[in-house]
Write a protein that binds this ligand. Structure first.
Ligand SMILES: [Zn+2]
Length: 113
């Protein structure tokens, strides 16, 4: 649903919409599977002239966080919450917990280097 809204918004101003599906979510969430992304991209490109891509779908969340750190992106610049309080992540939903764990793991790895 959100992806369809993003594609609708992008029509006429962009060729492709990217979203943050990553490896590890594909077992629980069909829309994180590369086959789903390819099918959705074909459908959206046909309907709106805008494709869909999940460029991080081959990476685990920990790998995504490591890449973010390499690029100078801070935890506060990211969003993974399903139950925000306004613009504040809840900190307790499954996505917040997974993101916090990945960022903490990345910090430990970096400190060990
Ligand atoms: Zn949350």
């Amino acid at each position: 649903m959100l992806l369809a809204a993003a594609v609708n918004h992008a029509a006429g101003i962009a060729d492709e919409v990217w979203f943050g599906a990553h490896a590890g979510d594909d077992a629980a969430y069909p829309d994180c599977r590369q086959s789903w992304v390819a099918a959705m991209s074909d459908a959206m490109r046909s309907a709106y002239g805008v494709g869909v891509a999940a460029p991080l779908s081959g990476m685990t969340k920990a790998e995504v966080v490591a890449l973010a750190r390499e690029l100078g992106i801070a935890r506060e610049d990211t969003w993974s919450c399903y139950e925000p309080d306004g613009t504040t992540p809840c900190g307790v939903c499954a996505c917040c917990i997974a993101a916090n764990k990945a960022w903490a793991t990345a910090a430990v790895r970096r400190a060990a280097e």
